[in-house]
Design a protein around this ligand. Structure first.
Ligand code: 3HC
Length: 330
């Protein structure tokens, strides 16, 4: 009886202590303080950040596949060099982000295995095919444009390692977006066939790019906590609207038509767009998009083919640790 009473009062003390720590944590967030890896944080804060940062990293790595497909087919050496640099950048973004996720306690192996097992997501946008060279221009212009819209606020995320990774990523994203827009401008000022190719790519990518920002706010299961903890600074719909408002004038400058005949500008200057097909979004997230199986098969094969490199690196690191220990013992 006495032990039970003791345990329950222990339990109450612990509960009071956790509530006090959570309140202290929230006060730090509200005061715009940065949370660092060794700081106390609610388990749910750690969990949602590991989820978002690792999925962000997976998106960067899987995102290399659709563009990598065109490196050998770029129309000029200059275009090939820019695309090569961009794809290499995306790999680097993935590494920064895996490193940021690892500061929360999960290993890179665990995070990558979760994606390869289909238990962790990557951005829906990378499950669409790149059918023509205009797709490469559209990805740079729109996909990286949307990524910038989403990533600039993440530079002010409450979690230090994520925010700092984003500052470096955003600098490189601007180059990605500019080179994509320049490809589109060249095509739109080219032959009729080239302009038609640019319009066809815009028609195919416009709606999947709007889905990149996530489900509508009322269906977003993480937004409330992510906003409370200042991981998210704007809602999914707010960023989507900012992106649409910034992109429509660019399409007009290119002489391209947004594939949404009902789109119109309201008095506030915002471009109102038609309903998004969230069923398509759900299907892509469920693995039924045009390229989901190809992307996962390519990532699983690359992971298997790269096993020997990881083993060699681990063996070399172990050897160096052993040698350092022997030298320290001398
Ligand atoms: N693709 C895949 N899954 C998506 C998604 C998308 N476009 N949008 C939302 N989801 C998932 C969420 O991950 C969540 O599932 P989970 O619980 O299994 O993680 C579910 O749908 C509900 O969505 P929420 O809005 O509640 O989720 P979030 O609050 O996490 O918001 C997000 C989604 C806006 C994508 C947010 O996670 C985020 O800002 N992530 C960081 C940015 C990012 O990952 N961008 C992806 C593209 S990276 C890129 O474009 C690289 C560039 O170099 C080309």
């Amino acid at each position: 009886m006495y032990t039970q009473a003791l345990n329950s009062s222990d339990g109450e003390d612990r509960h009071v202590e956790d509530a006090a720590r959570a309140a202290q944590f929230q006060a730090r967030i509200d005061a715009e303080e940065r949370i660092e890896p060794n700081d106390w944080m609610p388990p749910a804060y750690r969990k949602t950040l590991t989820r978002q940062i690792s999925q962000h990293a997976h998106s960067e790595i899987v995102g290399m596949l659709p563009e990598g497909n065109w490196i050998t087919r770029a129309p000029s050496l200059r275009r090939k060099a820019a695309l090569l640099a961009k794809v290499q950048d995306e790999c680097g973004h993935g590494l920064y982000l895996y490193a940021a996720a690892e500061t929360l306690g999960s290993s890179r192996e665990e995070l990558v295995d979760a994606m390869l097992a289909g238990k962790a997501k990557y951005s829906s946008i990378f499950n669409y095919p790149t059918l023509t060279w205009a797709d490469i221009g559209t990805i740079g212009w729109l996909v990286d444009g949307a990524a910038i819209m989403n990533q600039i606020p993440l530079c002010r995320c409450s979690y230090g390692p994520y925010a700092r990774a984003m500052i470096r990523v955003c600098k490189e994203e601007s180059f990605h977006q500019r080179q994509g827009f320049e490809i589109m401008l060249t095509l739109c000022r080219g032959t009729d066939e080239q302009k038609a190719m640019a319009q066809d790519a815009l028609n195919r990518w416009w709606w999947p790019v709007l889905m990149m920002f996530g489900p509508p706010d009322q269906a977003s299961q993480h937004s409330d906590t992510s906003t409370k903890w200042k991981i998210k600074r704007f809602s999914n719909d707010e960023l989507r609207q900012k992106f649409v408002d910034a992109t429509v004038p660019q399409a007009q400058f290119l002489g391209l038509t947004i594939p949404d005949p009902a789109m119109k500008q309201n008095e506030a200057g915002n471009w109102e767009y038609s309903a998004i097909d969230w069923e398509e979004f759900k299907q892509v997230l469920a693995g039924n998009g045009p390229c989901n199986r190809d992307r996962m098969a390519a990532r699983r094969k690359a992971h298997e083919d790269g096993a020997w490199v990881r083993e060699a690196a681990m063996a070399y690191a172990a050897k160096r640790r052993q040698r350092a220990a022997l030298q320290a013992a001398e």
